[in-house]
Ligand binder design. Structure first.
Ligand code: SF4
Ligand code: MG
Length: 315
């Protein structure tokens, strides 16, 4: 399988009033064409910033993002425009991300216009088709965002992203703001569209339960760093990093026999400020397995088993 996107030592630091905020601090991973890569971590761990840097809404402080083998930060002119067409973002808040004064038709049509993909009757037909593809219909085209439910608005956000025929979509917590009852429907919609359109996803979420069913592989972030990467299956059945184990502990298991046997880690305290992260392993202030050397150096990401990577001194 061919690699579509490769993230190499990516850093995004922000200069803020009291110093430097290292939101993303040297992460590495690759996503294959047609794959869904889940990016998970508590809020403030840098996953949204990583997503935005990968679609070039932010410039990187350091490192590279290779898309089809080319460094996206070197794109200019026509190449940049083409790249902007191939990558799209779906945002967390379907209320805030749709312009309340625009009709659905114009919200979805905006990208078609910018990239000159269609006009007139053809543009209208494309918009109607997109509405249908996301589970809405042409009668919705003339309406405004406030006339829709949260789940419908997220469908509109997805149709807008699809309008310019991207290859790659970064979905930043696209179901977190939705009612539990509609979350599964929207996840299923993402899956259906992926099959139909050969899409590749970076799917960001704050809890592991949400990404389990959509992700092929998952990366776990903590304080701007990557802690573990492996297949969705392995991450659940055989997590290695103590932080991943703690995240999984928070998900209830319905089977009491399994529940009894599993290792539980209940996290103490809050995530430290990314302005002032702990020395060495950033997780050490909350890690029940921390050792002296955890304060001294940041563990390297190691391939502990084939395709299973973790950054922890226990391995
Ligand atoms: Fe815990 Fe040390 Fe591993 Fe960090 S490196 S997760 S502190 S054991
Ligand atoms: Mg976020």
């Amino acid at each position: 399988e061919e690699t579509l996107l490769e993230v190499k030592n990516l850093k995004k630091h922000f200069n803020v009033r009291n110093g430097v905020l290292k939101a993303v601090d040297g992460i590495n991973f690759a996503i294959k064409r047609g794959e869904t890569f889940g990016l998970v971590g508590e809020s403030g761990c840098g996953k949204s910033t990583a997503g935005r840097t990968i679609v070039k809404l932010y410039d990187a402080t350091e490192g590279e993002v290779l898309f089809n083998g080319e460094n996206i930060y070197k794109y200019k002119g026509q190449k940049l425009k083409k790249f902007n067409q191939q990558m799209q973002m779906v945002f967390q808040d379907p209320y805030a991300s749709l312009n309340p004064r625009m009709t659905i038709e114009n919200i979805i049509g905006e990208g078609i216009d910018i990239h000159g993909l269609a006009s007139g009757k053809e543009r209208k037909e494309q918009i109607y088709q997109l509405l249908q593809d996301v589970g809405l219909n042409s009668e919705h085209a003339g309406r405004f965002p406030h006339e829709f439910s949260g789940g419908q608005r997220q469908r509109i956000g997805i149709a807008r992203a699809l309008a310019i025929q991207p290859q790659f979509i970064v979905a930043d917590e696209p179901i977190s703001a939705l009612d539990v009852s509609v979350q599964a429907q929207v996840v299923n919609l993402f899956k259906k569209l992926q099959r139909e359109r050969d899409l590749t996803y970076l799917f960001i979420a704050h809890d592991l339960a949400m990404v389990k069913h959509i992700s092929d592989r998952i990366g776990v972030m903590y304080l701007g760093k990557m802690m573990e990467i492996t297949t969705s299956e392995k991450l659940y059945s055989h997590p290695l990093h103590p932080y991943t184990v703690s995240l999984l502990s928070a998900i209830p298991i319905p089977d009491p026999e399994v529940e009894k046997k599993r290792e539980r880690i209940i996290l103490q305290g809050e995530v430290p400020s990314p302005m002032n992260p702990p020395s060495g392993c950033p997780f050490r202030t909350r890690c029940p397995k921390a050792m002296a050397k955890c304060a001294e150096s940041m563990p390297e990401m190691k391939e502990v088993e084939p395709g299973h990577f973790t950054a922890c001194h226990l391995y």
